[in-house]
Design a binder for this molecule. Structure first.
Ligand SMILES: [Zn+2]
Length: 531
């Protein structure tokens, strides 16, 4: 049976740019548009030409993309003609394949916010759609506050949607602008709208204020809508927009949707989803959400021992979809609750071949439990576990020794008379017969230590060139009689692989030093360096 086509519309660069603390440069926007295009998203909304210099420049020349590159803007202002509205003119001049207009569809907003009449609002929709069609653009109309408007005055909300459809708009998009509508309401209202406008001309634009933007989008599809608008990682104002990173795998992997619908994202591209999600986080300098559905680091992580042994026998017992389909992986966490099966599975994953009856496995399990009791957290620190396992099984070369280090924090006045705090570190390392001394400066003692430690590792330097620290987290733990500090460091290398290491000590510098050392040694092991 032929499947129906569902269209995906991404608004990360427009609605997503409304997120607190998010500020895309032109280059960021082009990079993200490229990722979305490559993924197979049908529409990419780039921004609001005329509203700011970045978006004006973005639409200043044609962009070579397969996706329908879309400009966003307002319908003509009340009381003006379409040919005498500078905002509309900027939008019509934009080098875009499609134009998405936003218009009010709640009579209350028309009266209070626009201070105009319902008739003038409808005329503005018709004139704007016509003007864009005349320019040869594909046209979409975002009906702002559609669901609240429909509840207050269904005739007027429908009249706005119909005005755009009858004038030739390809899509009429029903927006839950305040994000407060619930899935059963969306399903009921979209069902009614489908009686007036064919569902293959209807889109859904849901906000996440009751954490149901994804559910609302799927409810709209069930009721007949055939375009879904959303953003990467659910970026967006307040609580965000519908998260395409959750919607895409749901449409692809859940039979209720995959049997009936086809989307532009292929099975092969679906495997890139995790990468695309992380790439956006990286650009925004945000730590990825570990608990994000499908793509989070914990999305397929299992802790308890009995679950782990079942997963190893038959993954489907505890997994709703295969993690590899979205580029993720199964993770069996090693922790104080862990049984042998977690440890064995983790050894398999890191590629350490060992006899299942080897007595050293019991030793490793004991060491993990002892160390977790004093504050180490191996479930969060995969790379430190990897090293611990290799050491217990006798397989980590002794690359170098840190003979001594010294860290110094100084607060003083600089030449401009400003009070500054400066950190300096000196590290003495022995690599083979060679002794190397390096100094580093940083914005804090750990940063300075990291700089000094990685400045010169002699013959190993080439392996750690691409190594960088991406996250540093500190927690004070109450371990028995005294407080200790746990440091988790996340690192990344030139291949984009990330790993986490852990250090524990009453002294924060010492804990950080352990985690830094583990990170470097893990990288050397991974690169196949020999002592
Ligand atoms: Zn929105």
């Amino acid at each position: 049976m032929a499947r129906e086509r569902l269209y995906l519309f991404d608004t990360t660069l427009r609605d997503g740019a409304q997120t607190n603390g998010v500020d895309f440069t032109l280059n960021d926007k082009l990079t993200i548009a490229g990722l979305l295009d490559d993924l197979g998203i049908d529409y990419v909304e780039g921004g609001y030409p005329g509203a700011n210099p970045t978006d004006t420049e973005l639409f200043g020349k044609p962009r070579k993309l397969d996706t329908t590159f879309t400009a966003f803007g307002m319908t003509r202002r009340p009381g003006r003609s379409a040919s005498n509205d500078p905002g509309l003119a900027a939008l019509l001049d934009a080098k875009a394949d499609a134009i998405c207009f936003v218009a009010k569809s709640w009579d209350y907003h028309v009266r209070v916010a626009l201070e105009t009449t319902p008739e003038e609002n409808l005329a503005s929709i018709r004139d704007s759609v016509r003007a864009a069609k005349t320019k040869g653009r594909e046209v979409l109309l975002d009906c702002e506050h559609f669901f609240d408007g429909y509840k207050a005055n269904p005739e007027f909300a429908l009249a706005c949607a119909k005005a755009a459809y009858e004038e030739g708009a390809r899509w009429v998009v029903l927006c839950d602008t305040n994000g407060g509508t619930l899935p059963h309401e969306v399903e009921a209202i979209v069902t009614e709208v489908c009686k007036v406008i064919p569902g293959d001309h209807l889109g859904i634009h849901a906000h996440n204020d009751t954490e149901q933007a994804v559910a609302n989008s799927l409810a709209a599809v069930r009721a007949g809508a055939r375009q879904i608008q959303g953003t990467l990682n659910g970026l967006g104002e307040r609580c965000g927009n519908a998260n395409l990173v959750s919607i895409i795998p749901t449409l692809k992997l859940k039979p209720e949707f995959s049997k009936q619908f086809e989307i532009g994202v292929t099975d092969a591209k679906l495997k890139d989803l995790l990468h695309v999600s992380r790439a956006l986080d990286e650009m925004l300098n945000r730590a990825p959400n570990r608990h994000a559905p499908y793509v989070g680091e914990s999305a397929f992580a299992t802790k308890a021992g009995i679950h782990a042994s079942a997963i190893m026998k038959e993954p489907k017992t505890y997994e709703h979809v295969p993690p590899e389909t979205i580029g993720n992986r199964r993770k069996l966490m090693v922790s104080d609750q862990a049984g042998r099966s977690n440890v064995l599975a983790e050894l398999d994953r890191i590629g350490l071949k060992v006899d299942r009856n080897d007595p050293r496995i019991a030793t490793l399990l004991d060491v993990v439990k002892e160390r977790e009791a004093i504050g180490y957290a191996y479930e969060a620190a995969d790379a430190s576990f990897d090293l611990l396992a290799r050491r217990t099984l006798g397989k980590v070369p002794n690359y170098f020794d840190v003979v001594q280090f010294d860290v110094n924090v100084e607060q003083r006045y600089n030449a401009l008379g400003e009070r500054v705090t400066v950190s300096m570190a000196v590290v003495k390392v022995k690599v083979g017969d060679e002794t190397l001394i390096s100094a580093g400066e940083g914005n804090g003692p750990v940063n300075a230590l990291d700089v000094a430690l990685r400045k010169d590792l002699g013959k190993y330097q080439r392996y750690i060139k691409g190594l960088e620290l991406t996250d540093y987290r500190v927690r004070i733990l109450d371990a028995g009689t005294e407080a200790v500090t746990r440091v988790l460091i996340e690192s990344q290398d030139e291949t984009g692989e990330r790993w986490t290491t852990v250090g524990v000590s009453p002294n924060i510098i010492d804990a950080s030093f352990q985690a830094l050392m583990d990170s470097i040694i893990y990288k050397l092991v991974k690169a196949g360096a020999t002592a």
